[in-house]
Design a protein around this ligand. Structure first.
Ligand code: CA
Length: 233
């Protein structure tokens, strides 16, 4: 039996906090909850949870201040920021203050779970091919910079959209496995959004142009006929 993952949700919108709590408990997480920044900070320092979901606009103490205080206290629990604000300023500031990831409200439960699993695996130094402690993953002649939303191949830097980065991360996490388009949609895009499976093909083409030496005959992102795609390093 494995110990349940302990997740602290610091969120003042009670309905959202309850919904998150229900969804995470259903996935087997043990939940800790706080409705303001100060309570959240104290709970985090006392309990050292496995992962922290942190809202930014919070009463008493805002999310950035909580994050800075956590890191000053050398608490290393991964932090995923939940915010209604999606501006570049917030994202950069969040990563500078030591956030591990960032989701913009409204987000799907599937997307959040994917991100939680990714930060947990990274924190454990887990899955081969996934970002190490430096937040980078390497395969072939490609180096992915997750925090920088970019990758480098052959000395050339390519920017990645959030979806491209999510999709690439998902492929890395499921290396060597044939992944159906529908599963990619469910797990990367989330069930609450309605893109078509064509969306996957478009994103795979974009990724191939960035990671493949010859996008016409891919070495890493392979087509599995009648199924979908498979990533090999
Ligand atoms: Ca709030």
């Amino acid at each position: 039996m494995t110990t349940p993952v302990r997740c602290l949700v610091i969120e003042d919108e009670e309905l959202l906090r309850m919904a998150l709590g229900d969804a995470l408990r259903a996935e087997g997480f043990e939940l800790l909850e706080a409705g303001d920044g100060e309570e959240g900070l104290q709970l985090a320092l006392r309990e050292a949870p496995d992962v922290i979901l942190l809202d930014l606009m919070l009463p008493v103490r805002d999310g950035f201040s909580v994050l800075r205080a956590l890191r000053e206290d050398r608490l290393t629990s991964p932090v995923i920021i939940l915010s209604a604000r999606g501006e570049e300023w917030d994202r950069v500031q969040g990563f500078e203050f030591g956030a591990d990831d960032y989701v913009v409200k409204p987000f799907s439960t599937a997307e959040l779970l994917l991100r939680i699993r990714a930060v947990l695996e990274r924190a454990r130094g887990g899955t081969p091919g996934l970002a190490g402690t430096d937040g980078r993953a390497r395969f072939g002649d490609v180096e992915v910079d997750f925090a920088g939303y970019s990758l480098t191949r052959d000395g050339a830097r390519h920017g990645l959209s959030r979806r491209e980065l999510d999709l690439l991360r998902y492929f890395l996490e499921h290396e060597g496995r044939a992944l159906e388009r529908q599963r990619l949609l469910d797990d990367v895009w989330g069930r609450d959004s309605f893109p078509t499976t064509r969306t996957i093909d478009t994103h795979v083409l974009k990724l191939r142009k960035k990671i493949e030496p010859d996008p016409e005959s891919p070495r890493h992102l392979l087509t599995v006929h009648g199924v979908g795609y498979k990533f090999v390093r």
